[in-house]
Design a protein around this ligand. Structure first.
Ligand SMILES: C[S@@+](CC[C@H](N)C(=O)[O-])C[C@H]1O[C@@H](n2cnc3c(N)ncnc32)[C@H](O)[C@@H]1O
Length: 261
């Protein structure tokens, strides 16, 4: 495969690290991603016995089609740190990585994912407040947010006026998507439109949400996912959203905020 022609505006089916290794340094403007959270490796909660979790149907009880979301914790941390190293290598020196993750309680203590993020240039933590969730544990309050780490290379700047969004964003979870853990499209639309990035990488593309948001905003994308099923899902979604080669700004938030397009 040759960069860029075989990568841009494609959902590439394969391992995130193996494919990222083929992308040259400083060749992408922005990375936006939500990795597997390793939720099945847990000290015990609804994700294990199916009582609830991030998504209403707790669809992740079965893991992903080609990843069981149950790695030994140390191995998972090492893997995610390697993924972040590649993302930061690939984005330009005025680029950034928006890395979505979830904090949780393990054995009665907060697991805030600092072990993954330690040493990376985290500039800000954005709170994504989302509705729903179920918690039967009387030891702590019902969790209602996830985090998005803005990990920025030194020269990164937001698009003009985007800083007015603040650092607490409220978007409902995506419910009408067969993928077990999709981003809400409005969330990714907010991230991409807050930057001037032309080329956006998502190494855990899943159902193609980052691709759809990028194209709707007139940007380009590189998508990677290990699951052929999800790669097909992403391609089908793109084909439905953009039946011609012209960009069709159909997204909900894009419609309500035409100034950002
Ligand atoms: C949280 S989901 C991403 C969902 C996506 N944001 C969306 O809107 O549909 C994580 C994805 O990582 C993929 N994945 C797991 N292991 C992977 C690997 N080694 N390389 C690439 N993708 C992987 C899974 O198949 C899953 O689709």
């Amino acid at each position: 495969m040759q960069f860029p022609q075989d990568f841009i505006n494609r959902n590439l089916c394969g391992d995130a690290i193996e494919i990222m290794k083929q992308i040259p340094d400083g060749s992408v403007d922005l990375a936006v991603t939500s990795p597997p959270y390793n939720l099945k490796n847990s000290s015990g909660n609804g994700m294990k016995d199916g009582r609830g979790g991030k998504w209403a149907s707790a669809a992740l009880q079965n893991g992903y089609s080609h990843h069981d979301d149950n790695m030994p914790h140390d191995e998972y941390v090492k893997w995610q740190r390697q993924c972040l190293k590649h993302m930061l290598r690939i984005v330009r020196d005025d680029g950034a990585v928006f890395y979505n993750h979830k904090w949780r309680v393990q054995n009665g203590l907060l697991q805030d994912r600092q072990d993954i993020l330690k040493g990376f240039p985290v500039r800000q933590i954005i709170i994504w407040r989302r509705s729903g969730g179920i918690n039967f544990n009387r030891g702590y309050f019902l969790p209602t947010y996830e985090v998005i780490y803005l990990i920025a290379n030194p020269k990164f700047k937001l698009a003009p006026k985007a800083n007015a969004y603040g650092d607490v964003w409220e978007f409902p979870q995506e419910m009408n998507n067969p993928h077990p853990a999709p981003f809400p499209i409005a969330l990714i639309n907010r991230i991409i439109s807050s930057t001037s990035a032309q080329l956006v990488l998502d190494p855990f593309m899943g159902s193609g949400t980052t691709a759809i948001a990028a194209k709707a905003l007139g940007r380009d994308f590189i998508g990677i996912d290990i699951s052929p099923e999800y790669c097909n899902m992403a391609d089908d979604r793109l084909a439905r959203a953009f039946p011609t080669t012209e960009i069709q700004p159909k997204l909900t938030e894009a419609k309500t905020q035409p100034a950002l397009l």
